[in-house]
Design a protein around this ligand. Structure first.
Ligand code: MV4
Length: 490
């Protein structure tokens, strides 16, 4: 592989290009009219304009992306996450044109794109799954029977759903017909597929996922877990590795289950197997994400493995250079996602110009971002503008580094979720490790942030006053030398 086209934008496009450059591979950026001056365009060796700003006219147009690869002579396409990354048709098109799709085979994408197909694919393996059914259901009477057998509350899920879309909790028999009807019509309008199924509703679970890596020679390893329970409306906010709750035994069992899921669909490349972990530490397979995930850096830091480099090597047909026994967890990594959203205004998108943008630096701090001071955040795309990642010997150190890094990260011109990240890092439920997927709902309200910011302002004012008084004192010492009484007051 000599030249890779990165079919993405923002931080992930830059992230992928960094590894490609490190490996001596040329890079091609694609961009929309809104991204003419974007960092990923300037960083790449070549860049091709796709079209107008909306992603439906640029980053999502398969033919345009493929054409850009052909005209620049790229022999590989890295899709990043989002956009075309989990589109089996696109993966097939790329391969049909003799270009390597840096990701799994189309059929693995397809199977894992359907929750029911995924359940069926892993049936031959002993993968723990939430009690429920493995086929689509339309008959309400049958659904009632199943629900009573499983026991309420139950969850109705859309097979084609993802990221929490098309899910409905049903508390009792009376609610079932109505909720089921809604779930089906929602699934049809959102995914064009009305298949729904039923599962026992696991209350207050933790969301833990396992990073896997597979080559084309049948070798599959896992790179341990990421804890992703701190999320808001299915949007992850803080991720970390390792998880504080996994024992070595559970970690090993989850790792094996994840490797089996990958084997069940002949997985190739980097992928993520999602699990729920209940209060009694039982884990259940949920779904597999067939892409490089946003939060992959925390796994890179604790294992010392560059996942993009591995993806590229696997796409070149190379064997994995390490076995499971060679991998171990070292240290603790934390990631805070920075969204251009106002946490005081219900996380409403807050785009505009980055009038000030100063990055935190230092040992144990990694910042994956895609913007610079003076740049405008376009309204057309995902509001995530950066990922602030810290790495320390212990979880306490990683949290400490994060709090400092947030303080030293100066963003003005737009509102961001950085203060919200600080709120999480300060919270007792988070620092103690005693939290689940309801963390944000249970503990966050804008008042908390306002109180925190008010306190910070008060401290800043006090510090300002102290400095003022000290400077006065110094002046007086020089001028009069009779000011010792004030010393005792500060
Ligand atoms: C569940 C569940 C409880 N019980 N399934 C949400 C996204 C999708 N990947 C699966 N999800 C869930 N499935 C059963 N049987 C709770 C969730 C869930 C959740 C999962 C992971 C992270 C955050 C979540 C927030 C709410 C609900």
């Amino acid at each position: 592989m000599k030249k890779i086209l990165v079919a993405n934008r923002g931080e992930i496009a830059l992230r992928v290009m960094r590894s490609a450059k490190k490996m001596g591979i040329k890079t091609v950026a694609v961009y929309s009219e809104a991204d003419r001056n974007a960092m990923h365009v300037r960083f790449a060796d070549e860049a091709v304009l796709l079209g107008a700003a909306p992603s439906s006219e640029s980053y999502l147009v398969m033919e345009k992306v493929l054409e850009a690869a052909k005209t620049t002579g790229a022999d590989g396409i890295h899709p990043g996450y989002g956009f075309l990354s989990e589109n089996a048709t696109f993966a097939q098109m790329v391969e049909d044109n003799g270009i390597a799709f840096i990701g799994p085979k189309p059929h693995a994408i397809q199977i894992m794109g359907s929750k029911l197909a995924a359940k069926e694919a892993v049936r031959a393996y002993k993968i723990p799954m939430v009690p429920g059914i493995e086929e689509a259901i339309t008959d309400v009477e049958l659904a009632k029977e199943i629900a009573q057998k499983i026991g309420f509350p139950i969850l109705i899920k859309a097979s084609a759903g993802g990221g929490g879309k098309g899910m409905r909790v049903v508390e009792n028999l009376e609610e079932l017909p109505n909720q089921m009807e809604r779930a089906i019509s929602e699934a049809i309008s959102a995914f064009g597929d009305g298949s729904v199924f039923i599962e026992k509703y696991v209350m207050s679970p933790r969301h833990i996922e396992i990073q896997v890596l597979a080559d084309t020679h049948g070798n599959v390893v896992h790179l341990f877990e990421r804890e992703c329970s701190v999320q808001r409306r299915h949007q992850k906010v803080v991720e970390e590795a390792p998880s504080v709750v996994l024992t070595p035994e559970i970690r090993k069992a989850m790792g094996k289950a994840a490797v089996d899921v990958a084997k069940a669909c002949d997985y190739v490349g980097a992928g993520t197997v999602e699990f729920l972990l209940d209060k009694d530490k039982n884990f259940y397979f949920l779904e597999m994400n067939t892409r490089l995930q946003v939060e992959h850096p925390v796994s890179e830091l604790i294992t010392g493995i560059d996942l993009v480099e591995q993806q590229i090597k696997v796409a070149r047909g190379e064997k994995l250079a390490f076995a499971q026994e060679d991998l171990s967890i070292k240290g603790h990594a934390l990631e805070v996602r920075v969204y251009a959203e106002d946490p005081l205004e219900n996380f409403s998108p807050n785009v505009g110009t980055l009038s000030t943008y100063q990055r935190p630096t230092g040992k144990g701090v990694r910042l994956d971002d895609g913007y610079e001071e003076g740049m405008e955040i376009p309204i057309y795309y995902d509001p995530m503008i950066a990922k602030l990642i810290t790495y320390g010997d212990s979880r306490e150190e990683a949290i400490h580094l994060m709090k400092n890094a947030i303080k030293n990260y100066k963003i003005e011109g737009i509102k961001t979720t950085l203060p919200f990240g600080a709120f999480v890092c300060e919270h007792e439920a988070f620092t103690s490790g005693n939290f689940d997927t309801h963390f944000v709902k249970n503990y966050y309200s804008p008042e908390h942030l306002k109180a925190q910011q008010h306190q910070e302002k008060a401290i800043a004012a006090a510090v300002g006053l102290k400095l003022y008084l000290e400077s006065q004192k110094e002046l007086k010492v020089v001028e009069q030398g009779e000011n010792n009484w004030m010393k005792n007051r500060l």
